[in-house]
Design a protein around this ligand. Structure first.
Ligand SMILES: *[C@@H]1O[C@H](CO)[C@@H](O)[C@H](O)[C@H]1NC(C)=O
Length: 343
């Protein structure tokens, strides 16, 4: 092919021979080719990451027998992390609000593994931001080799609500738990990991933060904070061989989502946690976002599709999301009215 003029002639497209035309047409052609190839190449990488490639073994970041600290450990995803990490041979530090739930989970695990797994628990309410609770947490982890930190504790709005109508206490609790508690706990655990030159920090973010979510505006902002913070932290800690991974997920059958029945798009906590622990170091659907993974297959496909073809902060996405959450709010208000009548 001598020049673009002759090349296009072959397709029956005739342009003149001026260099400026040829450069212009070449540039458009190249942009078109890249625009087509990029999503195809991206889809290929996402499919490989979600369905074929395996994650790094946990032991690469934390030897068996070291401790895993899990916040929000007594329910849903946190509880599942506790069970899964015990099964993999890690001792557990379980932190959550309700001591009775912690005790029953602790005895379930120690009975199952006949004391091969040690479990320590601390009941604290992160919403309270009480210094003496944090002092107790510091004492609890004192001298322990904490190899894994799972920043799981989280709070959302009780139902979707316009920002201006959101109760002040709900706003404060969401930021206190999702943001402040995560920062404080991570700052407590990270120096030990740095000095041991290894460790794994998993932080549960949410599509609610990846994609702006009207009527859950504060929750959405808090999870966006975690995403941004976690990626930045991941870059800081790389040099110490401490792995940070922000975990992006859509709905899971938990108390927070209020969905009970698992489906293609809504895994149960066990399915979800197994995808997280099986895909350490893989991006899944969070292609191109450093130190981040969207590891559950259907969530990963959705994450990638929305980012690639809809735009993570596009008008269309935000407005559609608002419509969805206005409907959820209407249903929740109707249900509350029905429940009130019953009493
Ligand atoms: C913090 O917790 C301690 C110990 O449980 C309690 O004595 C204290 O009153 C709490 N402080 C606040 C500000 O709630």
């Amino acid at each position: 092919m001598e020049n673009i003029h002759d090349f296009l002639d072959g397709f029956g497209i005739h342009i003149d021979n001026k260099p400026v035309t040829q450069v212009f047409v070449s540039a458009i052609l190249l942009a078109g080719i890249v625009a087509i190839i990029q999503p195809i190449f991206g889809a290929f990488r996402v499919l490989l990451s979600l369905f074929v490639l395996r994650g790094e073994p946990l032991t690469q970041h934390a030897p068996r027998g070291t401790w895993a600290l899990i916040t929000g450990a007594s329910d849903g995803i946190g509880k599942e992390f506790a069970l899964a990490l015990a099964a993999k041979g890690y001792n557990l530090l379980l932190v959550s609000r309700t001591s009775s739930k912690l005790e029953s989970l602790s005895s379930e695990i120690t009975t199952k593994y006949e004391s091969k797994i040690s479990v320590k628990t601390l009941a604290m309410d992160f919403a309270k931001n009480n210094d003496s609770d944090y002092a107790a947490l510091k004492e609890l982890v004192q001298g322990l080799d904490v190899g894994i930190l799972v920043n799981n504790v989280g709070l959302s709005h009780s139902i979707p609500v316009p920002f201006v109508e959101t109760p002040a206490e709900e706003l404060r609790d969401i930021i206190m738990i999702n943001c402040i508690a995560t920062l404080k706990v991570t700052q407590l655990i990270t120096p030990g990991m740095i000095s041991r030159q290894r460790g794994l920090i998993l932080t549960m973010a949410s599509f609610g933060g990846a994609f702006p979510t009207p009527l859950l505006a504060t929750y959405s902002g808090s999870k966006a904070f975690l995403q941004q913070w976690s990626t930045a932290l991941g870059s800081e800690l790389e040099q110490y061989n401490v792995k940070v991974q922000c975990i992006q997920s859509h709905l899971i059958t938990t108390a927070m989502s209020k969905i009970r029945k698992p489906s293609l798009l809504v895994p149960n906590p066990k399915q979800f946690v197994s995808s997280v622990l099986g895909k350490i170091g893989q991006h899944g659907g969070a292609l191109g976002i450093a130190h981040t993974s969207s590891p559950y297959w259907s969530h990963g496909l959705m994450h990638w599709f929305l980012m690639t073809f809809v735009g993570e902060r596009s008008n269309f996405l935000v407005n559609t999301n608002r419509g969805m959450h206005e409907d959820i709010r209407k249903r929740a208000l109707r249900k509350a009215a029905r429940d009130a009548k019953k009493q």
